[in-house]
Design a protein. Structure first.
Length: 201
């Protein structure tokens, strides 16, 4: 009887802990999530950055590891056709204006319905691993803002329809893995010798 009582008590404590942990995790996740529905009816997901300013990460993953299998989708319905030019880099929600300073891990990973020319906003600081991996609908050249500090591994891997000469600004101090392997691998349309800024060592 004594052992049975102890076993029941341990099970009760374990269940209580799991329930508590679930509540804590749920509160934490909801505290940083922002969703925004644009004029085209596309709902986008963001994470609040911990910089004391109204900047956000587009996407739902804070990882920067290309091997991390977690999904970081920036939009809820990837069956909708979306122009890259319509990505909300700045938006107002509940009277607060937010600005994207980071593109999250796998935010647009293999997004076959994302197409057109990417235009990055001023103030963008980080493009995390796998951000646009496999986005074959992206076209045109890549122009990075001078505010950019890092580009994660595989960020543009297999974006085969990008064109032009790749130029990395001096502000960038880190590129995931190697320039020719991983980050821009499979971007056959990028021509010429990549121009790497002095910040990359």
């Amino acid at each position: 009887m004594k052992n049975s009582t102890h076993t029941a008590l341990r099970q009760s404590v374990s269940l209580a802990f799991v329930a508590f942990a679930t509540v804590v995790c749920t509160i934490k996740a909801n505290a940083v999530d922002i969703t925004y529905t644009d004029a085209n009816g596309v709902t986008w997901s963001y994470l609040k950055n911990k910089d004391g300013e109204n900047t956000v990460t587009i996407g739902t993953s804070e990882s920067d590891n290309l091997n991390d299998s977690s999904s970081g989708d920036a939009r809820d319905d990837k069956t909708l056709e979306v122009s890259a030019e319509s990505i909300p880099w700045k938006f107002t929600k509940d009277g607060v204006e937010y600005t994207v300073s980071r593109i999250g891990h796998k935010a647009f990973y293999s997004d076959a319905k994302l197409s057109g020319q990417l235009t990055f906003p001023d103030g963008l600081k980080n493009i995390r691993a796998g951000a646009f991996y496999g986005c074959t609908g992206l076209t045109g050249s890549l122009t990075f803002p001078d505010s950019l500090k890092s580009i994660g591994a595989g960020a543009f891997r297999s974006c085969r329809n990008l064109t032009g000469t790749l130029t990395i600004p001096d502000s960038v101090t880190a590129i995931g893995r190697h320039l020719s392997f991983g980050t821009f691998e499979g971007c056959q349309g990028l021509t010429g010798v990549p121009k790497i800024g002095s910040g990359v060592t």
